[in-house]
Each structure stands twice: as structure tokens, then as C-alpha cells.
Design a binder for this molecule. Sequence first.
Ligand SMILES: NC(=O)c1ccc[n+]([C@@H]2O[C@H](COP(=O)([O-])OP(=O)(O)OC[C@H]3O[C@@H](n4cnc5c(N)ncnc54)[C@H](OP(=O)(O)O)[C@@H]3O)[C@@H](O)[C@H]2O)c1
Length: 265
Amino acid sequence: MTLFQATHPASQLSGKNVVVTGASRGIGASTAQALADAGARVILIGRFRETLENVAGGLPNDPVTVVADLSDPAAPRAIVEQVKDAVGTIDVLVNNAGGGDAVGPTHTLRSEDADFLWALNLRAPVLLGGIVAHDMAANGGGSVISISSGLSQQGMPGVSLYSAVKGGLEAATRSLAAEWGPSGVRFNVVSPGVTRTELGSWITADDNAQRKYLEKVPLGRIGEPDDVAAAVLFLASPGGAYVTGQAIAVDGGWITTAPTLFPST
Ligand SMILES: NC(=O)c1ccc[n+]([C@@H]2O[C@H](COP(=O)([O-])OP(=O)(O)OC[C@H]3O[C@@H](n4cnc5c(N)ncnc54)[C@H](OP(=O)(O)O)[C@@H]3O)[C@@H](O)[C@H]2O)c1
């Protein structure tokens, strides 16, 4: 029995269709598993059929895979059409796909990498969220959860554009929550700290970087993909019915903690 089966009624998302972008690995794959274990039928989105099928093969409730590159301007509308053809309606959207190479000293960044970063991490989740919300409103409501980053709240050298697009996603979420709340569609953000995935390996594969990071994490460990998935499950489920426009940090306390200024004893 998984953590989610043990702590949540298995039926709470029963009959719901849930779209998870970036579901081929990492946080997206864990989220797909958690939501499927809670009874949802999951539609997994990513760029490669084989990796999506590998994850889908372990899920209950007849999952569906849709291959799409979310940096493509046409992707949001094309995804919605394919999902509706396959399963009818969408009840929950998890905007999880993210990442990109536009990191490093800002004067060295290439504009094509910057364009990709914004397209994948901000344009796609906002446009996909808007299109999906329009349909959700006609069906009585729904929940959209986007995965941001603690770097949206805290400055760090080398991540100016990544911080900007994740901060933009949080700002857009507040406006989308205001726009669609009257139609019963909730918009929220889950904001991870360093999490043990391929993307997080720039810290977890470097002992020195990990040690420095953990000095500022009161809970004293790196996040796991399941930690993030648990917060997404809450926001997707009836238990989150009165929560909208929020960003929930899942980071062991990293974002709210400054290094101590007292001499060590
Ligand atoms: N891990 C961390 O430390 C951390 C911390 C804060 C925030 N986050 C955020 O959490 C989210 C998930 O990150 P992760 O750590 O799970 O990353 P990951 O292991 O690198 O997985 C990224 C996922 O996004 C998909 N993806 C990437 N580019 C795509 C594109 N152009 N079109 C469609 N799908 C695409 C990938 O699928 P394919 O490559 O198969 O297409 C993969 O499924 C991201 O939004 C990230 O910014 C992560």
C-alpha cells in the first residue's frame, strides 16, 4: 500500500480526469501515481511516447498518454483537443513540466534559451490553464495546480530568468484564481525547494552544494517527489475546495529561513 492509499480514501478522485504535464519522470510521475491511487484517470503529457508509457504502465484507472512539446505555441490548444477526444472532460490540470537551460551569469544567457524558458515555464501553463478553465467552468468547476519554485521568492545568482518566470507563474495564478473562481475553478501553486529529481541533481549530485543548501532547511533533508505530490493531491481533492490563489511551499522550511547570525555554540 502506498502512502496515498494509506492516508487518503482511495475514492476521493474517483471518476475524475486529471491531466499532468511533464509526467514522464520526477515530480510529474509521482503526482500521476498519487492522483491515480486516489481514483483519478490520469492523462500523462510529455515529449516522448516511450517514457510516458513506462509511467502509465504502472498506473490504475486506464491512463492515457499524449505526446506534446509544451514550448510549442500550438501545444496548449492541441493538448486540450486530444484529451477531450480521448476522455471527454478535464477535472484537474497539473501544470508541472518545467526546466530549461537559461541559467548562469545573466550576461552569458542566450535569447533562444530565454525564449524557451518563458515558453515552457510561463506561457504554456497560463494558456493551458485558461483554455482548460473555460471548459471546466462549463462543467461545473475544477482545479488547476501549477508547480513553481522557491526561487520565485528568493534571489540567487545565476537564476534571474528562472526566478522571473516562476514568479510570473505565481502572479498569474492569483489573477487566474480571481478570473475563474466565480465559475468554480480553483487555481493554486505548489512551490518546491530542491527535490530529488533529474532537474534537482545540480544540487543533490554535488555534496558541497547540498550541504550548503541543507544548512538553511529546518527539516534537514532534500525533498522527495512524493512530498510535492502530496500537496498537489490536497489541492486537487475535495479537501482543498475552499483554497484558491495560494502558493504552498513544499521545501522543508527553506524559503522562510535565513542563515543564523548568532555565533555557533
Ligand atoms: N527538482 C527540483 O529541485 C525542483 C525545484 C523547484 C521546482 N521544480 C519544478 O518542478 C517541476 C518538475 O520538475 P522535476 O524536478 O520533476 O523535473 P524533471 O525530472 O526534469 O522532469 C521534467 C518533466 O517535464 C517534462 N518536460 C520538459 N520539457 C518539456 C517540454 N518542452 N514539453 C513537455 N514536457 C516537457 C519532462 O518530460 P520529457 O523530457 O519526457 O518531455 C519531464 O517529464 C518543474 O516545473 C520544475 O521547475 C523542481
